[in-house]
Design a protein around this ligand. Structure first.
Ligand SMILES: C[S@@+](CC[C@H](N)C(=O)[O-])C[C@H]1O[C@@H](n2cnc3c(N)ncnc32)[C@H](O)[C@@H]1O
Length: 340
């Protein structure tokens, strides 16, 4: 059946809008890179002063500020520009850190520009490998992940409902910043946690843990889980955001190592984006799987059925999901090493 011309034109408009949505992303990244929201925190400034303070061209800054105002991110009146309340809440110096998270998104944005090349070759583009080798990449990456984790970690620590008043030992495999261990230690006074991390991440993790006030109960152990075992005697092992960076064959191997590190009765807690059985959804996970093509040599996402099979074959009891509020992101999957 032929579509009415108006519907066809409307669809064309919507497709074009979708294709051009990158422009808004870049406007936001440029505002952040020039420190615009910091400069306009709690005050009104004309474009000339913003340009002088950010070391940018006055005419171009005015164009940028006008576009940001048109998008509702800034307010404009006779004396100049100021942050709209949304930006004031999330991007100003006292706000809890979404700015650093977006610094990372800005780096990812450049990677996405190489998607065609990655799909043609089936490999991570060499340029993206160079970005991750840059000196400050690890620091930026780990701090940005911490900013993402810090507000959700206490919710996860509560949802896990670990036994109170027990001297629990937690292992946080690839724990990065240690934010989840910190939240658990804050909630459970007798709990100690070990963040198991690669050498280049260790100093960043130590710095974050020291600032959190928990260095007496959250430790960092340098190691490489691809080459070493994880130790033993743990009651809880967190594997958050780690499986997706491993090659397919390495994922069940890591789960077996976790089983061996646990005390009988201990639990593994998995957190990662998970694909539907046909791997074509949910959208965020299917898109993230493509991002892994851009960011890793052979990382990727799996389905719950894959996880269940690996857990079963390692010796775990059947896994159960722990559904978290939608704003937290991925749900948790918990499985127990059978007691005795
Ligand atoms: C995506 S980050 C997740 C960090 C944290 N668990 C979270 O959820 O925010 C993956 C972490 O695994 C660590 N990692 C990757 N391979 C590792 C290995 N072979 N041994 C130890 N840590 C590893 C990385 O250094 C990185 O900090």
């Amino acid at each position: 059946m032929e579509q009415p011309a108006e519907t066809f034109l409307q669809e064309r408009k919507e497709l074009l809008e979708m294709a051009r949505s990158y422009r808004q992303s870049q406007i936001l990244f440029t505002c952040l890179e020039l420190g615009i929201f910091d400069l306009l925190a709690g005050r009104w400034l004309p474009a000339g002063q913003v340009a002088a303070a950010s070391g940018a061209d006055e005419r171009a800054v005015e164009l940028l500020l006008n576009a940001a105002a048109a998008l509702g991110w800034l307010e404009k009146r006779a004396e100049g520009f100021s942050n709209a309340p949304l930006m004031e809440r999330h991007f100003t110096p006292g706000a809890p850190g979404l700015g650093r998270r977006l610094q990372l998104e800005s780096a990812f944005y450049h990677r996405w520009g190489n998607l065609t090349q990655a799909v043609r070759s089936g490999k991570r583009p060499p340029e993206d490998r160079r970005t991750t080798q840059a000196e400050d990449w690890v620091k930026t990456f780990i701090h940005a992940l911490y900013d993402a984790a810090a507000p959700v970690a206490p919710v996860i620590a509560a949802a896990l409902a670990l036994p109170e008043k027990c001297p629990l030992r937690v292992l946080d495999v690839g724990g990065g910043h240690g934010g989840y261990s910190i939240a658990l230690a804050q909630r459970h006074p007798l709990l100690t946690a070990t963040v198991f991390e690669l050498p280049q991440v260790v100093p960043v993790a130590r710095e974050i843990i020291a600032k959190s006030g928990m260095p007496d109960r959250v430790f960092v152990q340098e190691g490489n889980f691809q080459q070493e075992d994880l130790g033993s005697g743990y009651d809880v092992v967190l594997v958050f955001g780690v499986l997706n960076g491993e090659p397919p064959a390495g994922r069940p191997v890591l789960i077996r190592k976790v089983f061996n590190a646990l005390n009988p009765g201990g639990i593994i807690v998995l957190r990662d984006a998970v694909l539907e059985p046909d791997r074509a959804g949910p959208p965020e996970a299917a898109i993230f799987a493509l991002q892994m093509l851009l960011a890793t040599d052979s990382g990727g996402l799996d389905s719950r059925a894959d996880w269940d099979a690996w857990l079963r074959s390692a010796g775990f009891s059947p896994a159960r999901p722990l559904v978290l509020p939608e704003c937290i992101g991925a749900d948790l999957v918990i499985a127990t090493r059978p007691p005795g």
